[in-house]
Design a protein around this ligand. Structure first.
Ligand code: CO
Length: 438
């Protein structure tokens, strides 16, 4: 596989996906180009074997699936997430300072690193909901230019800043938008004009800041990639690319990307919501299968929860576990946690290793240090809706939850290969703890 070509496609996806709404829209476009049919949750589904479909929820989560044949066996699922820690613009956002500046009122979304948001061009993107003739309508807006900045306080005014600083989100993190002019509401007027509507017709908004710096290759031999939102658009992209390239044979291939992982997944479009369960049930009933057949299928299914993992940090090597040390460009990471923050157990870990071997993909293992609390992800949360063999994996990266993260240039291709083989394979439960991989 051509690494440069994959990174070019990945960069284009990252640069054009400033947040979940755009990531989902871009995935829809790729699925359209590959001949998949769009479905709507509010309309009937009339599915046929041999075809591919996709459905979105809230414009910020997407499930695509391909049904190889009428008597399919189980679902091969890869789930990732398309939201990232960021600042959300509050309602009534404009704050005038000293009758001179206008800054915007924002709040944190997710567990973000504050420091790297300072002193760089930012802009705003998201969705607005506008009045329509017979109701309301959603529009995506991306102000595609350098627009705002969160200026640091000069070191002369805070001499101790390099000894550690506590960021106050309501004080330190508000972006400077413009100088105060004659007009009021300039921010909403800008959004309206970008969307081609009048400001009075905007009923509500979900707008977020984003870092304007595009994705880049770094390192002596271009061995690193850096971008905003690698967590988790790198996995979402690889899952989609593998899905499109796969040849499903016995199982339904399911590419699933949830929203709101960074805030606990507890929304209708998050992993704790019913989106995956509802979709699998509708596939089952549209293909004329009984509820018992659904449960048999779930027993022969496999969920790969793909969310990025921490590589050993070059300046903080002691933060990583002693014997499970993850490095960039060394392959896909299997994540373990005794407390099941990660779902991997011996069976699902072995299933995953069998898939890696089939794909010829290198892999490594991650656990947190036993004296450190780690993060969690969507894999275990999804179990309350659909309970099945699940493994947690991810791609190695540094600076997780910074608006500019770093990963390995070779690793995306490893996950594309993994996804393609996963979506082309099946696990059939033939006995207790016995699974046939084909
Ligand atoms: Co993540």
């Amino acid at each position: 596989m051509d690494i440069n070509q994959i990174n070019k496609e990945l960069f284009s996806f990252l640069d054009n996906s400033p947040n979940a709404f755009f990531a989902v829209k871009n995935m829809c476009d790729i699925l359209d180009k590959n001949g998949m049919t769009r479905l709507y949750e509010g309309k009937p589904w009339d599915l046929e074997s041999g075809k591919g479909y996709y459905v979105t929820r809230n414009d910020s989560a997407i499930i695509a699936f391909r049904i190889p044949k009428k008597d399919y066996k189980g679902f091969m699922i890869m789930a990732s997430h398309c939201d990232s820690p960021v600042f959300k613009i509050k309602a009534n956002a404009e704050i005038t300072v000293d009758d001179h500046y206008v800054k915007l009122n924002v709040e944190k979304y997710g567990g973000l690193l504050c420091a790297p948001w300072f002193d760089r061009p930012l802009s705003v993107a998201g969705r607005i909901v506008v009045r329509a003739e017979d109701g309301i309508e959603t529009r995506l807006v991306n102000v595609d230019r350098d627009l705002m900045i969160i200026p640091n306080l000069a070191i002369h005014m805070n001499r101790q800043v390099n000894d550690g600083y506590t960021y106050n989100a309501q004080v330190d993190m508000l972006p400077l938008f413009c100088e105060k002019g004659e007009e009021s509401d300039s921010f909403m007027k800008l959004i309206a004009s970008e969307a081609g509507v009048s400001a009075e017709d905007i009923l509500d908004t979900d707008l977020f800041l984003y870092n304007r710096m595009p994705a880049a290759m770094l390192g002596l031999n271009n061995e690193f990639i850096s971008s905003g939102r690698l967590d988790d658009l790198q996995c979402a992209f690889a899952s989609l690319k593998g899905f499109v390239e796969a040849t499903p044979k016995d199982s339904v291939a399911v590419h699933c990307v949830f929203d709101n992982e960074e805030v606990g997944s507890g929304t209708k479009q998050g992993a704790a919501g019913s989106f995956l369960k509802d979709t699998l049930h509708r596939i089952n009933s549209s293909m004329g299968k009984t509820e018992e057949e659904y449960l048999m299928d779930v027993a022969s299914s496999f969920l790969v929860s793909a969310d990025n993992a921490h590589a050993v940090h070059p300046n903080h090597t002691d933060k990583s576990d002693q014997t499970n040390r993850v490095y960039l460009n060394k392959g896909v990471v299997i994540k373990y946690s005794a407390n099941q923050k990660y779902t991997t157990d011996a069976v699902s870990g072995a299933m995953m290793r069998a898939i890696f071997d089939k794909a010829g993909v290198p892999y490594q293992t991650f656990t947190n240090r036993s004296d450190m609390l780690g993060g969690s992800t969507l894999g275990n949360i999804a179990q309350s809706q659909v309970s099945l063999n699940t493994v947690d994996i991810g791609l190695p990266q540094l600076a997780m939850h910074s608006p500019y993260e770093t990963a390995g240039a070779e690793d995306t291709a490893y996950l594309v290969d993994t996804a393609r083989v996963l979506f082309s394979s099946s696990f059939e439960e033939t006995g207790n703890g016995i699974y046939k991989l084909s």
